[in-house]
Design a protein around this ligand. Structure first.
Ligand code: F7E
Length: 327
């Protein structure tokens, strides 16, 4: 029997890679997208455009229980990957109310609908985040490290994580959370720092931009390659037992390191172009995040293969080549 999967957030970086992974494994893939995305496919579907004929698109609103309930009832999926969220941490400081209500309610609605429909076979994945560790209590961070979120986004993810655990414990649902550290790729949104740097480096090299404006370049993150992380999500749902897993590389680099390598690839010195801007600092910053991925490695043999240097190179070359074709 062909397995069915629903992905929320299918038009995003992770959703698009996950859709490809599941299509290649022979799944019937369903994606929930906002109606505006259907009305504006060129703008919203760039990451999934090559697979549109293999994806069943459903217009739905993550902020509306009945909308989610109806789609889940129609599909009755074997696997449900809940990736949709307001995921830009910076925005969550300016837009507390909608980040909290949409991130928390959407997770609650998905879990509740699966429970109410009594879909015992449906396995649920929640996209947790290393932002939940925030002001870290220990380093590196593992599944037992206490949470101390420093942003509204982080708080919304802690609530989603707790909801997922609650439905697992209270109703015996197969509900798991991945605590994913930063994961990037050529499909990363331009607002995130890695893509901002790779794109700016390419623009500057081609004479299309003068400077690179950044905030806290001493922040350190555990940066991995996104396609490997969607494989971790899938592995979690293949196990008999639902559980929570930290997913990361186990190595941390600063924003400065990223900029240094990115500009070097194009034979430039980032220091010549960098402008530090106060408004790009966050009211409460997460200084350093570094994972201890031993649990997922031991359980599924999962580990990252793409190094930090290779990741930066992939992103920079991709932006440079694409821009060069256009000018
Ligand atoms: O910031 C610093 C910024 O926005 C990384 C999301 O996927 O990963 C991501 O969250 C660091 C921060 O990602 C700029 O202050 C400096 O320390 O790329 P980012 P993030 O906040 O780590 C986690 C795991 C998620 O779950 C999130 O959804 O870079 N930084 N200057 C800057 N950041 C941005 N965006 N722009 C700057 O100009």
């Amino acid at each position: 029997m062909t397995k069915k999967a629903i992905i929320t957030g299918i038009t995003g970086q992770d959703g698009s890679f996950l859709a490809e992974l599941l299509i290649n494994k022979g799944y019937e893939v369903h994606g929930i997208v906002r109606r505006v995305a259907i009305e504006d496919p060129n703008q919203r579907y760039w990451r999934i455009k090559n697979n549109l004929n293999k994806i069943n698109i459903h217009a739905g609103t993550m902020e509306n229980y009945s909308s989610i309930f109806k789609i889940i009832n129609k599909i009755k999926p074997d696997e449900f990957y809940h990736l949709a969220a307001q995921s830009f941490v910076s925005d969550s400081f300016n837009d507390e109310y909608s980040t909290l209500s949409s991130n928390i309610n959407s997770t609650h609605y998905c879990l509740s609908a699966i429970k109410e429909l009594d879909l015992k076979k449906t396995k649920f994945y929640f996209a947790g985040s290393s932002e939940m560790f925030g002001k870290v209590h220990e380093s590196p961070q593992n599944e037992s490290t206490p949470f101390h979120p420093r942003s509204i986004y982080g708080i919304s993810k802690v609530a989603g994580f707790d909801l997922t655990r609650y439905y697992r414990e209270a109703y015996g649902m197969h509900a798991s959370s991945g605590i994913l550290f930063n994961h990037e790729s050529e499909r990363r949104g331009y607002e995130f720092v890695t893509r901002k740097i790779s794109y700016s480096a390419a623009m500057i090299k081609l004479g299309l931009q003068k400077n690179l404006e950044l905030g806290n370049i001493d922040a350190k993150r555990d940066w991995g390659y996104a396609p490997e992380y969607v494989n971790a999500m899938w592995l979690m749902l293949q196990d008999k037992k639902a559980d929570d897993y930290v997913v990361g590389t186990g190595k941390a680099y600063s924003v400065r390191d990223f900029a240094n390598i990115a500009f070097k690839i194009l034979n430039m010195d980032y220091k010549k172009y960098l402008k530090i801007k106060k408004h790009l600092y966050r009211p409460s910053e997460v200084e350093t995040l570094i994972s201890d991925p031993s649990k997922i490695k031991k359980k599924f043999g999962w580990k990252t293969k793409v190094s930090f240097d290779k990741l930066v190179e992939r992103m920079v070359i991709n932006d440079y080549d694409a821009l060069k074709k256009r000018v």
